[in-house]
Design a protein around this ligand. Structure first.
Ligand code: S3P
Length: 181
């Protein structure tokens, strides 16, 4: 039974902000895989990358996804790289309606300006890095999602409105998956 909602998408898509609004409006709980990772590791994400490497971070993230997807009645804000492992997506599919919050590279760039907390964006040419990562991940976000919601130029409240409307459609279909293409 799909009792949760998972938000996926690139860094800066608004998963956390929109997720909190959705939780409030739908009377659901809220959980973030990034926060669970930090809890399990006992240290912040930049330190995990620095001291243990990205691969270790991905292992912790897989454990966080497993824990989050076994919860009930929660909005799960997923780290941007959760779709890189098919097992994560399978775990989420079992209990969640998966919503892709879509952003253009330009908007992702603007929304992560001055960000010191995302190790993958600590590079000279952030725009090039964003384009590269996003073009690699876009097909994964799309194929993992039940619902795709555009976020460019919208406030978090407006995005939340759209998610709620789209969720209504999926739920009315009796949980049947929307066609994906
Ligand atoms: C990552 C996204 C981050 C965090 C980590 C790696 C990624 O989460 O999990 O820095 O690979 O895209 P947000 O998408 O919440 O920023």
């Amino acid at each position: 039974m799909r009792r949760n909602v998972a938000l996926i998408g690139f860094m800066g898509a608004g998963k956390t902000t929109v997720g909190r609004i959705l939780a409030e409006r739908l009377g659901m709980g809220f959980v973030e895989t990034d926060e669970l990772v930090e809890e399990i590791a006992g240290k912040p994400i930049p330190r995990i990358f620095e001291e243990d490497g990205e691969e270790r971070f991905r292992e912790l993230e897989a454990e966080a996804v497993r824990r989050a997807s076994s919860m009930r009645g929660v909005i799960i804000s997923c780290g941007g790289g959760v779709v890189l492992r098919s097992r994560n997506v399978e775990a989420l599919r079992r209990t969640c309606v998966i919503v892709y919050l879509k952003t253009s590279p330009e908007e992702a760039y603007r929304r992560t300006l001055g960000d010191e907390y995302r190790p993958l964006l600590k590079v000279g040419d952030r725009m090039a890095r964003i384009r590269e990562l996003l073009s690699m991940r876009e097909p994964l976000y799309r194929s993992s999602a039940d619902i795709v919601v555009e976020t460019d130029g919208l406030s978090p409240e407006e995005v939340a409105d759209r998610v709620i409307r789209a969720l209504g459609g999926v739920l009315r279909e009796g949980g049947r998956r929307q066609e994906r293409g």
